[in-house]
Structure formats: structure tokens, C-alpha cells
Design a binder for this molecule. Structure first.
Ligand code: GLN
Length: 551
């Protein structure tokens, strides 16, 4: 149900949803996703129903086929969409699931327009960027608004103003502002106000140029969010306002924060949410309720202890590849009043002879998800080290598969046990390709993706951690624990603690004799949010703290 009692009418459309378009200028990596998520949090805390959509100008249909070095983590939604990692921020900040609809790419837009053209949907017409591509973009944005679930849709336009591939999006936004009317839409521009040390001054020129470029495309920003290293003095704010045609209250400073979770509080201080509701004619029902959020931020900023956990993976030079795991550790740390320090361990460099030194003194080992054989031996060495020395261990997806391989080889005497992903001729394919995956030729969107149910066995770690018997988690993989070898593995002491009730697939394994040894076929990190830290991460960090205290 929408919060607004009287939908306003403007131009051709009846509008009950407000749209906020967020563009970025000057440079990439200014944290547009965090600004969108923070604004979303503030509006949600004012009682509004909010969702956030990301428009990605690249030509891939989705980021699922991109290398993590290229794109960072692929974030998977409940409905199995492989999406941009900013959607992870949206979910973590808003505590609301996103879906395929929340991520639009140029690839998908063109793909669908071309499919329609082949079907004859535009018969007789020449297909053009304007209006066909822009119409398709607009219809994707409106789809979310028209569900009737949201008072506000925040639309993050990926890339930087001036990028060639971003032009159709800017044009679509320009048109949408006309379609829905000025009172129902807002343009926020995120820009950089650099501080030049040699001159001892902050510089407004890049912002002026960026706004000018936006205006050349017909888009007038209503609010400027200025990323800056130093506070913006009133004189600078006035100058930006004057040269960029906004009011001085619409110049919002976004200073570097110690944690991304502090940003909503900084934006509140700057009055971003207030300006937004004023400009959009949203009734002010009082200050946002951020009590829980503040308590969380305080717990993050003032931990009572620190615990070091190794993250073993092959993309560790690029922390964005493990974004949701890093954030899940922050959430779980806060619950345990502790800071989790991650020791990034490159699996490719790890061998049986250096593992004790590389993983020396850590209080927990997490073996990360991944694809392909590179770094597998190092991951197996990490599993063995954790298992034999009874260090709390958490294996996620490929990490769980490595735990099963290591257990099969070293505890069940299955020499040469492996995953069919790395050795198709292995005598013991303890991890095997799912039958329905065998004949799949296309790479995009064809894995076991999205939300699946899982039933937990009583008396297991997983059951205790979740405090429930039936859960659901998100997946992204092609391979599975081989049920034909399951009995053999269980006889040697591996416990299957979670299975998919529909297909009997193994989702969680544990070694009960170890203090905390859990491997999960799914991706728990994708569901950890500020208000609902993931139970397995919380329990793992707790076990790591106990191990640290015992040692
Ligand atoms: N490569 C493995 C599979 O496809 C694991 C995937 C993952 O870790 N996400 O099953």
C-alpha cells in the first residue's frame, strides 16, 4: 500500500510513486551506491516504502559472466538474478529483498528490444535509441513504481556523466521527469569537491563542469551531494550553489566516513532526507527513527575486542570480489561486540609447507566461493590445517566443496577424491555436476541460482545457530555433493546437517567432533543485513572469539 493518500496527476501519467534519480560526475568510485542506500535508509526510517534500482550502462546482459577482478562480487537475489554488487548495499541498508527488476543493464535492454523486433512488435518502424531504447529503459523504471508497493523508487544511474554508454539513460531520466512531473521526481547529482593540498583550497570547478555537462543533456540537478575530504565552508557551499543553479541548502557535503554504515547518519546531519521530502511534497511525519541503526554503528565503532579470521580465496587482491562476506563479518562482529579483522590469504600461494605460517594465530578460517581450478590446492591445505588443528572453519560454496574433498581424501581414504569441476576422471567424484547442468552450453544465467529451501537436522551446529528447522538461502553454483558417495562420507564422520527437501541435495555439512566446522553449499553472506545479521556468521565469529580466549 502506498503511503500517499492522494496520488497527484501530472502530464499523461497518474503518479503515486516518487522517483529519485541519482547520477554521478567527475569520477567513478564516489560511492553512489552507498549514497542511494543511505538515502533509502533515511526515507525508510521516516516510514516510507522505498526500493532502489540500479541502471548499469554496460552491454553484458548481467554481470554473471564477468570476472570478479573486473566487476567485483556478483550479487544474487532471491529470484535468482545475477546482479551488481550495489544491490547488496541496498538490501543490507534497507533490509528488503531486491529482484531482477532492481537491476537493468544496456545488454538486457537491447536483448529485449531486439527480441521484440524479431517478433514483429515494431513492424514497419526503424528501431532507434530514441524512442525505442529510452522507452524500454523508462518502462523498466516504471515497472517498479507501478507495483504499487513503493512510495519512493530511487534510481541509481551507473557510470559517470559524460560516458558515451550512459547517454540513453540520461535521456530516459530527462523524459521521465517530464512524464511524471517535477513534484514527483528529483535529480540528485553526486560529485567530487577535491582539496588541493599545494593550494590549501577546495576546488569547485570539477563540480561546475560536471553539472554543466548534465545540463547540456537537459537534466537539472535539484540536489548536489559533494564528496569531500574536508568540511565545506559556507562560502564554498554558496559558490557551488550559485554556479550550479541550486539553493545553498541543496549543497550536501559527504565527508569520508570511517564506516559506510555511518553515511546515513552523516546525510541526516546534512539534511539530505529533509530536502528530499520537501522537494517531493512528501508529508513530514517527524524525524526518522534510527535508534537501532545508531546502536549498530556504535557497536561497529567501539568494539570490545578484535578477532582475526583468515579469508582464503583467489581474488583477495580485490576485496570487492568478497564484498558481502566482508559486510557479513561487520554485522556479525557487532552482535559479538567485536571487530573482525580479515587476514587476506591468496589461495594460489598456499602450500602444505607454508600453511601453518600463513594461517598462524588466526582464530578462524573461511574458505571462499569461486570457480575453476586455480588455487584449489591452497584451499585444500587451508581446510586441512583448520580441521586438524580444530580452528573454527567456515566453507562457503566452493569452500564447502573443498572441505568435502579434503575430508574424503584424508579421513575416508578416498585417494584422488575431487570435484568433477577440476578432474572429470577422478575415482571419487565427491562433488559432481548436477544432472540438469550436464547438457547446458550457455554460460549466462544457467547455474543453480537464487532461493532454495533447506531443512536442518536437530542437534547440529546449523540448527542451533539458526534456531529453526526450515530456512531458505541463495545459491550460485553448478556442482553438488554427490549423493552416491554421501553414505561413505557420513560413515567416516561427516554430518549432513541441511538438505533441500525437494531434491535431497546436500546443503550443509559439519564435522561434529570439531569445535566449529561448517560448510554450506549456498551463500549466506548475501542475506546478512544490518538488522538481521546472518546467524551462521554470528555463530562463527562467536566460536572464533571463544577459540581465541581458550588459546
Ligand atoms: N565452482 C563451484 C560450482 O560451480 C562453486 C561455485 C561457488 O563457489 N559459487 O559449483
Amino acid at each position: 500500500m502506498s503511503y500517499f493518500s492522494h496520488p497527484s496527476t501530472s502530464n499523461n501519467y497518474i503518479v503515486s510513486t516518487k522517483y529519485i534519480f541519482v547520477t554521478g560526475g567527475v569520477t567513478s568510485s564516489l560511492g553512489k551506491g552507498i549514497i542511494c542506500a543511505s538515502l533509502g535508509r533515511l526515507l525508510t526510517a521516516r516510514g516510507l516504502n522505498v526500493t532502489i534500482q540500479k541502471l548499469d550502462p554496460y552491454i553484458n546482459v548481467d554481470p554473471g559472466t564477468m570476472n570478479p577482478y573486473e566487476h567485483g562480487e556478483v550479487y544474487v537475489t532471491d529470484d535468482g538474478a545475477e546482479t551488481d554488487l550495489d544491490l547488496g548495499h541496498y538490501e543490507r541498508f534497507l533490509d528488503l529483498p531486491t529482484s531482477q527488476q532492481n537491476n537493468v543493464t544496456t545488454g538486457r535492454i537491447y536483448y529485449d528490444v531486439i527480441k521484440k523486433e524479431r517478433k514483429g512488435a515494431y513492424l514497419g518502424k526503424t528501431i532507434q535509441v530514441v524512442p525505442h531504447i529510452t522507452d524500454e529503459i523508462k518502462s523498466r523504471v516504471r515497472t517498479l513504481g507501478e507495483t504499487g508497493h513503493y512510495d519512493v523508487v530511487i534510481v541509481e544511474v551507473g557510470g559517470t556523466v559524460g560516458d558515451i554508454e550512459g547517454l540513453p539513460y540520461i535521456e530516459a531520466v530527462r523524459q521521465m521527469r517530464y512524464d511524471v512531473g517535477r513534484r514527483n521526481s528529483l535529480s540528485i547529482h553526486l560529485t567530487l569537491v577535491p582539496y588541493l593540498k599545494a593550494a590549501g583550497e577546495v576546488k569547485t570547478k570539477p563540480t561546475q563542469h560536471s553539472v554543466k555537462m548534465l545540463q547540456e543533456s537537459g537534466l537539472m540537478p535539484d540536489i548536489l551531494v559533494c564528496r569531500a575530504e574536508v568540511p565545506l565552508e559556507p562560502g564554498i557551499r554558496r559558490k557551488i550553489a550559485q554556479f550550479c543553479n541550486v539553493e545553498v541548502e541543496d549543497v550536501i557535503a559527504s565527508l569520508d566516513a570511517s564506516s559506510i554504515y555511518e553515511v546515513p547518519l552523516l546525510m541526516l546531519e546534512e539534511g539530505l532526507d529533509r530536502r528530499v521530502i520537501e522537494k517531493l511534497d512528501i508529508p513530514d511525519r517527524g524525524e526518522p527513527d534510527l535508534q537501532g541503526w545508531k546502536t549498530f554503528v556504535q557497536a561497529v565503532q567501539q568494539p570490545e575486542s578484535t578477532v582475526e579470521i583468515a579469508l582464503v580465496g583467489k581474488y583477495v587482491e580485490h576485496h570487492d570480489a568478497y564484498m558481502s562476506i566482508v559486510e557479513a563479518f561487520i554485522h556479525a562482529g557487532a552482535v559479538n561486540r567485536a571487530k573482525v579483522r580479515i587476514r587476506w590469504v591468496q589461495s594460489e600461494d598456499l602450500t602444505a609447507s607454508n600453511v601453518a605460517e600463513r594461517l598462524g594465530k588466526v582464530s578462524g578460517v573461511l574458505v571462499a566461493p569461486g570457480f575453476g581450478g586455480r588455487g584449489i590446492d591452497g584451499k585444500l591445505a587451508a581446510v586441512e590445517h583448520a580441521r586438524v588443528n580444530d580452528i573454527p572453519f567456515f566453507g562457503i560454496c566452493l569452500g564447502m566443496q573443498c572441505a568435502v574433498i579434503e575430508f574424503a581424501r584424508n579421513r575416508c581414504g578416498m585417494e584422488g577424491a575431487n570435484s568433477a569441476e577440476f578432474d572429470s576422471a577422478t575415482p571419487f567424484p565427491v562433488i559432481d555436476i548436477m544432472p540438469e547442468q550436464k547438457n547446458i552450453k550457455n554460460m549466462g544465467g544457467t547455474m543453480r541460482l537464487g532461493k532454495y529451501d533447506c531443512h536442518l537436522e536437530e542437534g547440529t551446529r546449523a540448527h542451533t545457530a539458526y534456531g529453526a528447522a526450515d530456512i531458505s538461502e541463495r545459491h550460485r553454483h553448478r556442482f553438488e555433493l554427490n549423493n552416491e558417495l554421501r553414505d561413505q562420507l557420513e560413515t567416516c564422520g561427516l554430518r549432513v546437517s541441511g538438505t533441500n527437501p525437494d531434491r535431497g541435495l546436500v546443503e550443509i555439512v559439519e564435522i561434529p567432533e570439531n569445535r566449529w566446522f561448517v560448510g554450506v553449499q549456498f551463500h549466506p553472506e548475501l542475506k546478512s543485513t544490518v538488522s538481521k545479521p546472518h546467524p551462521l556468521f554470528v555463530d562463527f565469529v562467536k566460536a572464533a572469539l571463544e577459540f581465541q580466549a581458550d588459546r
